[in-house]
Design a protein around this ligand. Sequence first.
Ligand SMILES: *Cc1c(COP(=O)(O)O)cnc(C)c1O
Length: 405
Amino acid sequence: MPDLGRSDFDRLMMPNYNPAGFVPVRGQGSRVLDSDGAEYVDLAGGIATTALGHAHPELVAVLVEQAGALWHMSNAFVNEPSLRLAESLISRTFESRVFFSNSGGEANEAAFKLARRYASDHHGPEKHELISFSGSFHGRTLFTVSVGGKELYTQGFGPLPGGITHLPFNDVAALEASVGPQTCAVVLEPIQGEGGVVPATAEFIQAARRLCDENEALLVFDEVQSGVGRTGTLYAFQQFGVQPDILTTAKALGNGIPVAATIAIPRVAASLVVGTHGSTYGGNPLACTVANRVLELIDTPEVRAGVLERHGRVVERLLEIDREGFFGEVRGMGLLIGAQLRPEFAGKAKSIQVAALEAGVLCLVAGPDVIRFAPSLIIPMADLELGLDRFEQAFAGATSGWESA
Ligand SMILES: *Cc1c(COP(=O)(O)O)cnc(C)c1O
């Protein structure tokens, strides 16, 4: 037993989290051990972060090697791993320039600031409206939480940054009615993660691109969760055939090591002139070394095919497990899968997640009504089946006594 555990949390930590009762101490692939030696199957993939599983030997090796060489200097110097990572991201996405930071929220903060700065440089300060969507999540800084589509997250933090308009997601008519000469950028997740695992429709994404072009506004895709192979292509936008002007990526990019990138087409990137923005740790050689290997390992035809195969299996088993039809819908892309409870069971996702924990399987929720699965992209099929067996057992227990209307 470690000396400190869950019972010490409340006296030491700010109360903004409510962690589980057990303490994970080791991870190997898609299995996690707690301090009592109990073992869990990780169908959460950290939190859509550890896309190559825990303690991947090649990532451990490059991390240890770089740890013995150089951890950090500052952005007063270049370092080879960050330049290599920029080159890798550009070659795998589109012609662009890269800004590195440490988290999804920071990558989006940079994206939104850059969009404002670009509009101010080229059109003047009136063109400052950011359009985003209900259900969206972009991070927890004051700007990103204000752009995000969940009012609960901004309550009590005012005054909030202005010039932000929220529209319903996937509503082409609302978008057509709102984007105008005042619009600086339209910001969206190609598949909303935290908001309930809701894919954008192709028509919606295409309309956003067209309206941005017609109004000289920028299209920003937040792929912090959907990126780095999660949906079956390296980035989800590559399946929609629509290229953004600014792309953000984080979570799985470092497989758990904090690293994030904001990627912008050169004409837009040019507005972030010397001194306009920065990050002490952004682009540090330690994190970039890991991210370089993550991209090499994930961006392969084998991993892509494996994600699609696993997607099919998870969806198939969830539909089998839910014999009673408590889920209204199982949806998602690749290994970002959501099971939405029917309206009569609204608010009960957490109770299923807790039962799953007790049965030895980690999954996520996405809001009060959706169970979310975001396992490692290379989870062994046997681990996937074992995790779903345990989920089946937990689901049967948690829903016993529920009655469909
Ligand atoms: C997790 C997430 C963020 C925030 O990332 P942090 O690393 O927690 O700052 C932003 N956008 C999306 C879509 C996310 O899923």
